[in-house]
Design a protein around this ligand. Structure first.
Ligand SMILES: [Cu+2]
Length: 154
């Protein structure tokens, strides 16, 4: 029952945020997605590009993260980060898989969200980030999560 109780909180947040049961399983018992620890890094002074991350897990079948958006940014992309020729390279991708065995971790220095055209956001505040997933049947599900604005590392 410990796992079940961990699912209740995000669902309750969703209900409060938008009145939709976005994290609830679709008809037919589809996957249940849990998003936690979402964050967006406060952009440096004078910049409107920044990164963010979160932890996404799923029960009941694999899903695919195919997009993210927020009122706080004009555009949000999914990026990978890897070492190529001794250089850290970021690359835009169309999606990230999430399975029961392998949760999706978006983080600084790894796979991440990249936000462009970011409006004024301050460390310590929270913004809604809307994530779009598809399941194996192609059904789209939106999950709204609260992302904390955090200070740049170092
Ligand atoms: Cu990036």
């Amino acid at each position: 029952m410990r796992f079940l109780s961990s699912l209740i909180l995000p669902a309750a947040l969703l209900l409060g945020a938008c009145g939709e049961t976005a994290a609830a399983p679709a008809a037919g018992g589809a996957a249940v997605i849990e998003v936690r620890d979402a964050f967006i890094v406060e952009p440096p002074e004078g910049r409107d590009i920044t990164g963010g991350g979160m932890h996404v897990s799923v029960q009941g079948g694999p899903v695919t993260l195919i997009g993210a958006r927020t009122d706080a940014a004009q555009n949000v992309e999914l990026h990978t980060m890897s070492m190529e020729n001794d250089m850290m390279q970021m690359r835009k991708v169309e999606s990230f898989p999430v399975t029961e065995e392998t949760p999706l971790v978006l983080e600084r220095g790894g796979n991440h969200l990249m936000l462009f055209g970011v409006g004024p956001i301050e460390a310590g505040s929270e913004i809604d980030v809307i994530l779009t997933f598809t399941d194996e049947s192609g059904t789209e599900t939106e999950v709204v999560t609260k992302a904390e604005i955090v200070l740049p590392a170092g």
